[in-house]
Design a protein around this ligand. Structure first.
Ligand code: ZN
Length: 232
């Protein structure tokens, strides 16, 4: 049985994972200038989160199904989190740790060869997902603190022989994508093997977000309410 390790979300800075969270989900938090602690998440009340897909490292005949797969998994994430996304087409952009500022959409899902990116797709690591966060100006002139962009990179050579079934569980490429998309909205790893956010895929991995994942998606999703403006 193949087992894939998946790295934790890549972050431009390093907020601490809140160890006090329930074991079936975990999110990251950061401390604001006023000393308060807040969950790092997207603003669910902003415009739809734009996303593009880069399937360029796949064979030409495999690209359309990969785009469909990415769109389906983003729809699944949207449904479970209440966050809203808007597909904006294909891109040749490859996320790296130094190019978030030039991302062509707020979220990029890229099927890549490991040498194309500096995100660590080394050894058995088959995917990597994360987000960038910081201060954002608001239309009313105030500012808030939250996720500004996110990315998922999927290792094409590592996943070449994997199932691309959108309905079965286990070690599948859509299953990997669902995990990395969890990182893209702020979920971190958990020790519970029955959750999508368990750090490796195995024969019993769920195909869709399980109860703990869904509780975590409530904490980072629409159920958590709009990001509050922060006094500077
Ligand atoms: Zn992970």
């Amino acid at each position: 049985m193949s087992v894939a390790t998946m790295a934790a979300g890549g972050l431009t800075t390093s907020p601490a994972v809140n160890a006090a969270e329930a074991s079936s989900y975990a999110v990251s938090t950061t401390t604001l200038p006023d000393g308060s602690t807040t969950t790092v998440r997207w603003d669910p009340c902003g415009d739809r989160i734009t996303f593009k897909v880069n399937a360029g490292a796949l064979g030409r005949s495999d690209r359309p199904s990969a785009v469909r797969e990415a769109k389906k998994k983003v729809r699944q994430l949207a449904k479970a989190s209440g966050l809203r996304f808007s597909y904006r087409g294909k891109t040749s952009f490859v996320p790296r740790s130094d190019n978030a500022g030039s991302q062509p959409a707020e979220l990029v899902v890229a099927y890549v060869r490991p040498e194309q990116t500096d995100y660590p797709l080394t050894g058995p690591t088959a995917g990597y997902g994360g987000y960038n966060f910081g201060w954002q100006g608001r239309t009313d002139g105030s500012i808030s603190y939250g996720v500004t962009s996110a990315y998922v990179v999927i290792d094409v050579p590592d996943t070449r022989s994997w199932s691309t079934s959108l309905t079965e569980g286990g070690v599948t490429r859509p299953g990997l994508l669902g995990h990395e998309l969890g990182h893209a909205v702020g979920l971190m790893h958990v020790a519970d093997r029955q959750q999508v956010m368990y750090p490796s895929l195995h024969a019993g991995s769920p195909q869709t977000y399980a109860d703990g994942d869904r509780t975590g998606l409530d904490v980072v999703g629409r159920a958590a309410g709009c990001l509050a403006p922060v006094s500077s």
